[in-house]
Design a binder for this molecule. Structure first.
Ligand code: IMP
Length: 197
């Protein structure tokens, strides 16, 4: 089955393909008229609400196009740092673009509790049904920026299963096996495979 991913982030499309193609899905970026649909980012503290709201917009935009009967995927994610009461959380994108990785490391300077988690909510619509699944990856914020691969906060996040390496130091298949996105997407793949769906 083809799943059309509504995102401008090619890294996410590549990761989703790596995760879902072994499960029998083909993930492609949704382009309507050759463009990534421009979705309004709602004001919400809950990434699940954000993902659902964006998926509803994507479904409306797909109506009357060749994609209206296909599975559409929206995924919203963020980094939640325990000692900062879950900051940047739903503001992860804005914070990444403004203070960046070095700004986060400065906020964490001298902090001994460096625990954090990545969370992702994947929301898929298919023939009028909306399915959602959440994935969480626990770990710690590193002391310094390390690694070249991945994107976003990968160079400062060390998953607890990664033997001290940041996500940006992991091969993509290793990241996907333990990542928030990996768990969320595997969850929706199971829901899509249910006989009633
Ligand atoms: P969004 O889900 O695209 O809104 O992402 C929110 C923020 O979290 C962006 O700054 C992303 O770069 C970052 N982010 C989301 N997923 C990951 C990931 O797997 N690794 C690193 N950063 C991520």
């Amino acid at each position: 089955m083809r799943i059309l991913f509504v995102t401008g982030n090619q890294n996410k499309v590549a990761e989703a393909n790596g995760i879902l193609s072994p499960l029998g899905f083909v993930v492609e970026q949704l382009l309507i008229g050759g463009e990534v649909p421009d979705l309004i980012e709602p004001q919400s503290d809950e990434i699940e609400e954000i993902a659902k709201f964006k998926l509803e917009q994507a479904v409306s935009l797909s109506m009357g196009t060749e994609f209206e009967n296909e599975a559409l995927l929206v995924e919203d994610s963020g980094l939640f740092i325990d000692s900062l009461s879950g900051f940047p959380g739903p503001f992860s994108s804005f914070v990444h673009e403004t203070i960046g990785l070095s700004g986060i490391l400065s906020l964490m300077s001298g902090e001994t509790d460096r625990t954090a988690e990545f969370r992702a909510v994947a929301a898929v619509s298919l023939q009028g049904n909306m399915l959602t699944s959440t994935g969480i990856c626990r770990g710690v914020i590193s002391e310094k920026i390390s690694g070249e691969s991945g994107f976003g906060y990968d160079p400062i996040f060390i998953p607890k299963e990664a033997n001290g390496r940041t996500c940006a130091q992991l091969p993509s298949h290793e990241k996907s096996a333990i990542s928030h996105r990996g768990f969320a997407l595997k969850g929706v793949s199971e829901l899509l495979n249910l006989p009633s769906k």
